[in-house]
Design a protein around this ligand. Structure first.
Ligand code: NDP
Length: 324
């Protein structure tokens, strides 16, 4: 709906009504994903659009889109991960990018622990066993255990720390890998991911996507992890070399995997789906009503704050906000 004299923004994909209604009450919102001819819509609004609300993998927000929208000032990304936004390019052009950190960390950490336990104790497989009437013929085979495992976290950031905090209660040793050692963290740091993989048997990846993490968990890492190895990924699918993972699972180079994220979502390789010793989730880490509302509100608050002249609330590091 066009609102006279209202600031114009683009929504690149659907947001829950809770957030979308607040945006529509203040801005003229162009719903790009609904347009039959997106290029035509972009041409029509090019000289008026000052903000973008969206993300979540709906479309890539990059130099081509920035070229098409010369008045663009701000991109409010729905999600803490913003590998779908070329933030470095936005920064060069003075466009601010915000994301939704912290408000989802506990939810994603809860899900990560659930996925880890589901993978180790084979909960979806056990559920299927009962439903198929197999319990009547005998007990489900014994599974592996979290007991005696050592967990290595790849990407000990906001979510990684929330996962580590929960794991402390499970009484397992925790290590981590990242680009740098962190102060005030009681866990063992490994500058080398392969060395950490060799010393633990369970890897939990909460690392972001992008070029610097692309395929960092690969055949060499799986070999180091070994035949008792379990890999859980809730960060981004591109962090794992998916083909190498499939090979490692088939050849029993590692034991099992639990995945919430994939390289080419929502397409999941048939070879992975065919394997019974993996647990696969459709990217639901933050997907509760409670947390999606919190994320939506933070997106809205970022846009409102920006267009009130107060700067973004949670800018990403590539576009730091310094008050003029
Ligand atoms: P943070 O930025 O707080 O943490 C990211 C961590 O990754 C940091 O500890 C960083 O450590 C590490 N890291 C970054 N680059 C590299 C690299 N090249 N090599 C090794 N480590 C690296 O982010 P959050 O914890 O808030 O979120 C993490 C990610 O989780 C998001 O980017 C998103 O992709 C994913 N996510 C997934 C969800 C789901 O639904 N499955 C929901 C929400 C988020 P250092 O700087 O020391 O390298």
């Amino acid at each position: 709906m066009t609102r006279p004299n209202a600031t114009e923004i683009i929504m690149t994909g659907p947001l829950m009504p809770y957030a979308a209604d607040q945006l529509k009450a203040r801005f003229t919102v162009h719903e790009l994903w609904k347009a039959d001819d997106r290029a035509a819509l972009l041409r029509e609004v090019a000289d008026r659009v000052r903000g973008i609300a969206g993300g979540g993998g709906h479309m890539r927000t990059d130099g081509a889109l920035f070229d098409a929208l010369p008045k663009l000032e701000m991109i409010a990304n729905f999600g803490v991960g913003y590998d779908n936004v070329d933030a470095a390019e936005a920064g060069k052009r003075g466009i601010v990018v915000s994301n939704t950190p912290d408000v989802l960390s506990d939810e994603v950490a809860d899900l990560t622990i659930g996925l880890l336990l589901a993978t180790i104790r084979q909960l979806p497989q056990v559920d299927r066993y009962l439903r198929e009437g197999k319990w009547l013929k005998g007990a489900y085979p014994l599974t592996t255990s979290l007991r005696k495992r050592k967990v290595g976290i790849v990407g000990l950031g906001r979510i990684g720390k929330a996962v580590a905090h929960r794991l402390e209660a499970f009484g397992v040793p925790i290590a981590y890998h990242g680009r740098s050692r962190q102060a005030d963290v009681p866990y063992r740091y490994y500058p080398s991911l392969v060395e950490m993989a060799a010393d633990v048997d369970t890897l939990v990846s909460v690392a972001p996507g992008g070029a610097s993490t692309h395929h960092m968990i690969n055949a060499e890492v799986f070999k180091a992890l070994g035949p008792n190895g379990i890999v859980v990924n809730v960060g981004r699918g591109t962090v794992i070399d998916e083909q190498a993972l499939i090979e490692a699972l088939k050849s029993k180079t590692i034991l099992s995997a639990g995945l919430d994220v994939f390289e080419d979502e929502p397409r999941v390789p048939a070879e992975l789906i065919a394997l019974d010793h993996v647990v696969l989730l459709p990217h639901v880490g933050s997907a509760s009503v409670h947390t999606r509302e919190q994320m939506g509100q933070l997106l809205v608050d970022n846009l409102f704050s920006w267009f009130d002249g107060k700067g973004p609330l949670t800018p990403v590091p590539e576009t730091p906000w310094t008050k003029a």
